[in-house]
Design a protein around this ligand. Structure first.
Ligand code: GDP
Ligand code: MG
Length: 441
């Protein structure tokens, strides 16, 4: 998505005259990219109309940074969609709150319930989990396992088949035990069906939750709006959690969920583990959706991590779009110099998820060292070339022999390079900001 949007903006920038047609072409291109990212059709249409109203052609013609103006308009519009204008119900520590989770089967409710409980427990709350899913065999065992791992009290039954009854019993029990965050996990179905919504209505009526959280799988795509709306119509959804943001989901469905429920996203799930859970923040999310990475954070990090004297050079190279093997090598050097690499480079586009997954810093570090050893067997020509075709079979064989590693390892390193080069190529044409200037975007 980021790629197609920046291409569209680039094309417009190249045009000598910005007229209605050039702007329309650009907006159509961007519209297509957003639809492909599963942003709902109606949202995209409204957004396009809004941007047309905001973007002033005369201002564009007068030589202002056109890309920047349109880019900012898109960014602001997307942020607006994700901000429903009211925060979700604020729970109070020490005062009993009941939170009910709803969502389709497989959306990640049970996993997310535990993450949510664990998150609060770490902050000094006294959470408890109630399993009101009597629909799926094994549901109670799953919750029990998760809860035990996180040392969180739980309630459920292997024999009782009435979800309302279990929910009420569990809530009562934990009220008596003075838990201040009672979480009710519910059942799902594979499809949106009347029986599920009726059950949710009944559980909600009986337990009177302070907050209902709708859990949605980020890969749901264009179906997101309808699904979220269907839940909102049966129970008073007050917040949204989007799961599986670590996968290849395009993320546009999140916008639909907010629009349909008029409720904010409060957390996102980024993995199967208990701590792969992040407080949701609109701005970085939109930047990611647009493929900007977290540019403001990125620039700050560059200033923090890359030695002063290398900064202008690195930014210059990036804006030229030539990500060479030598640049990769230099970045690896910087990473290793920083010691524990977990957080440091997590904001560099492409360096975080795949290359340096959280919790596996040691492995990542070893991998980076291995890559560097292989790159030590490369010639200057190879390191400085940005022509991917240069690395032919005989060169790969020579490098493998030189560093004493199998050819397949060299291939892997080159694949990694290509992946990073692709991501970093999006920075081509990037206006290099002066310090402090990035905060606006
Ligand atoms: P439920 O049917 O709604 O209760 O969904 P579950 O909690 O059982 O989750 C379904 C599957 O999705 C499980 O295999 C989870 O481990 C997985 N899952 C849940 N959240 C995430 C996430 O944020 N990332 C990834 N990768 N997997 C997740
Ligand atoms: Mg479940």
């Amino acid at each position: 998505l980021g790629g197609s949007i920046s291409r569209a903006l680039q094309q417009m920038s190249n045009a000598t005259i910005i007229d209605e047609k050039v702007l329309n072409d650009c907006l159509n291109e961007i519209t297509r990219a957003l639809l492909q990212a599963d942003v709902q059709f109606m949202l995209v249409r409204d957004m396009k109309n809004n941007i047309k109203k905001i973007v002033n052609l005369e201002e564009l013609a007068a030589g202002h940074n056109k890309r920047r103006i349109i880019q900012e308009a898109i960014y602001n519009e997307l942020c607006k969609i994700l901000d429903p204008g009211k925060p979700s119900f604020a729970l109070k520590k020490g005062k009993t709150s009941i939170v009910m989770f709803v969502g389709l089967q497989g959306s990640g409710k049970t996993t997310t319930c535990t993450k949510y409980a664990y998150h609060h427990q770490k902050k000094g709350w006294k959470p408890a989990l109630v399993c009101a899913d009597t629909f799926r065999a094994g549901a109670f065992d799953q919750l029990k396992q998760n809860a035990t791992k996180a040392k969180i009290p739980f309630y459920g039954s292997y024999t009782e088949s009435d979800p309302v009854r279990i929910a009420v019993e569990g809530v009562e029990r934990f009220k008596q035990e003075n838990c201040d965050l009672i979480i009710v996990d519910t059942s799902g179905r594979h499809k949106q069906e009347a029986a599920l919504f009726e059950e949710m209505r009944q559980v909600s009526e009986a337990t009177k939750p302070d907050l209902v959280i709708f859990v949605m799988d980020s890969s749901i795509g264009q179906a997101a709006f309808d699904q979220a709306q269907a839940f909102k119509q049966s129970v008073a959804v007050g917040a949204v959690i989007i799961t599986k943001m670590d996968g290849h989901a395009k993320g546009g469905g999140a916008l639909s969920a907010v629009a349909a429920t008029k409720s904010p996203i409060i957390f996102i799930g980024t993995g199967e583990h208990m701590d792969e859970f992040e407080v949701f923040d609109v701005k970085p999310f939109v930047k990611r959706l647009l493929g900007f990475g977290d540019l403001s954070g990125f620039m700050d990090k560059i200033q923090e991590v890359v030695p002063m004297d290398q900064q202008p050079e690195l930014l210059q190279k990036l804006s030229e779009g030539n990500f060479t093997l030598r640049i990769m090598y230099e970045q690896f050097q910087n990473i290793l110099k920083m010691g524990p690499i977990g957080q440091v480079f997590s904001m560099l586009p492409g360096f975080s998820q795949e290359l340096m997954p959280k919790g596996r810093e040691k492995e990542s570090q070893a991998k980076i060292k291995r890559y560097m050893t292989m790159m030590d067997s490369m010639t200057n020509e190879e390191l400085d070339s940005s022509n991917p075709k240069l690395m032919n079979e005989s060169r790969v064989m020579r490098i493998a022999r030189g560093c004493g590693r199998p050819v397949r390892d060299v291939m892997e390193m080159l694949e990694e390079y290509k992946r990073l080069a692709k991501i970093w190529s999006k920075m081509k044409g990037l206006k290099i900001p002066k310090k402090g200037e990035m905060s606006a975007l």
